[in-house]
Write a new protein. Structure first.
Length: 103
């Protein structure tokens, strides 16, 4: 009996380490799955940061529109391309658009 117990005690750690190695290498539950989840989390955090910056910009623009009639009219004219009766809207390309003016 003593001999059988010693043999079992020698084999048990090897079986345990083998099971851990198989679990770690498993595509669905091991290290590869953990790496995928880690990459997904980093991507989600990047998207959250970008969305937070976008939200802050929109809140700033919204406050400017609420606080200033000039900003509101500018936004209406620029974004919606609207004119008052008798006016003609002339859109001048910005430097950011990349459109060059005629020299």
């Amino acid at each position: 009996m003593n001999r059988l117990l010693r043999k079992a005690l020698r084999i048990a750690p090897m079986l345990f380490l083998g099971a851990i190695a198989i679990a770690a290498a498993s595509r669905d539950s091991g290290i590869p799955a953990w790496l995928r989840l880690d990459a997904d989390q980093r991507e989600a955090e990047r998207r959250i940061a970008a969305t937070s910056r976008s939200l802050a910009d929109l809140e700033s623009r919204s406050a400017a529109l609420r606080d200033s009639e000039f900003e509101l009219e500018r936004a209406i004219r620029n974004d919606l391309r609207l004119a008052r009766p008798g006016e003609v809207v002339v859109i001048v390309p910005s430097e950011e658009s990349g459109v060059r003016s005629i020299p």
